[in-house]
Design a protein around this ligand. Structure first.
Ligand code: HSE
Length: 311
């Protein structure tokens, strides 16, 4: 018999933000994942339902990011014998560069923590959500998990120790996110990246990273705009995204502060200094894919300040 459940929303996220490969990310107001979790008397975790995944996500407890993360948290709490049933409602695309696996892992640990009446502070859930994300992406980077869990814009000083810091989000920042309907696996995309970076690119990239952080602290949109560049990763990944340059030009001509790849792609984000501009940039970006007859989704979103939450 199941008890009444709780429902958790975990937001999608935009990671890297151009110059912050693996160390910067922000949470989106939409889209996101929803999980309903219920305590049960069966003394095991179960996935009772998954919707929105077209049958593609694993139902096995040791292969699904939700239950991998939930199991890690339960083991830490000495609650391995707990019975919990999960319904997973994917309300966002996966292999899209929007942190789908991270959102699921985050939703899983927040749901468990809520069901057990919050034994841990939200921030302390991070390492357990990371276990789910690690399984999915075969790497340890918190630039989707941390913003999805904690909200806002997050800087990860060090991924190994999960030394994460919240950066202020200037009022008015809005994003247009274009998701072309092709799938890019983060794990495969990472394997195609070079292992070394030329010194001259390191200098440019760190300069832009510092500029972006300073711009966010000072609400200096001009500095943010100048800093939204990526000379290290974009040259490799942009080739995988159809009509990348044309979409980017369309967003910049419409007034975006910058337009780059979201995570490992194929989604692209345009950062804007107000919501109307984000709508206009989004319309121009989608216009490119419409012209070329490519299927896509468009999201217009602010930054989710709270991160994953029961609602
Ligand atoms: N920072 C990671 C990458 C995020 O770009 O590979 C993937 O969503």
């Amino acid at each position: 018999m199941s008890t009444p459940g709780i429902k958790v929303f975990a937001p999608a996220s935009v990671s890297n933000l151009g110059c912050g490969f693996d160390i910067l990310g922000l949470a989106l107001e939409r889209p996101g994942d929803e999980i309903i979790a219920r305590l049960s008397e069966r003394k095991e975790l179960r996935i009772t339902e998954i919707t929105g995944d077209k049958g593609k996500l694993p139902r096995e407890i040791d292969k699904n990011t939700v239950t991998i993360a939930a199991s890690a948290l339960l083991a830490h709490l000495g609650e391995e014998g707990r019975g919990i049933d999960f319904e997973i409602h994917k309300r966002m695309p996966f292999s899209s560069g929007l942190g789908s696996s991270a959102a699921s892992a985050v939703a899983g640990v927040v749901a468990v923590n809520e069901l057990l009446r919050r034994p841990l502070e939200k921030r302390d859930l991070l390492p357990f959500a990371m276990r789910g994300e690690q399984f999915a992406s075969q790497a340890w980077h918190a630039d989707n998990v941390a913003p999805s869990l904690l909200g806002g814009i997050i800087l990860i000083r060090d991924n190994a120790s999960l030394d994460v810091h919240r950066i202020p989000a200037p009022r008015g920042l809005y994003l247009a996110i274009l998701h072309p309907h092709i799938a890019i696996s983060t794990a495969e995309s990472r394997m195609r990246l070079p292992e070394t970076v030329p010194l001259v690119d390191m200098v440019t990239q760190t300069g832009n990273l510092g500029g972006l952080i300073q711009g966010l602290y000072q609400s200096d949109f001009n500095l943010i705009s100048r800093s939204l560049q990526d000379v290290v990763i974009e040259p490799f990944r942009s080739k995988e995204i159809p009509h990348y340059e044309e979409i980017r030009e369309a967003a910049l001509n419409a007034g975006a502060l910058g337009c780059l790849i979201s995570g490992s792609g194929p989604s692209m984000f345009a950062l804007c200094d107000n919501s109307l501009l984000a709508e206009e940039c989004g319309a121009k970006m989608r216009g490119v894919l419409k012209k070329h007859g490519l299927r896509h989704d468009l999201y217009i979103s602010g930054i989710h300040s709270e991160g994953a939450m029961k609602y």
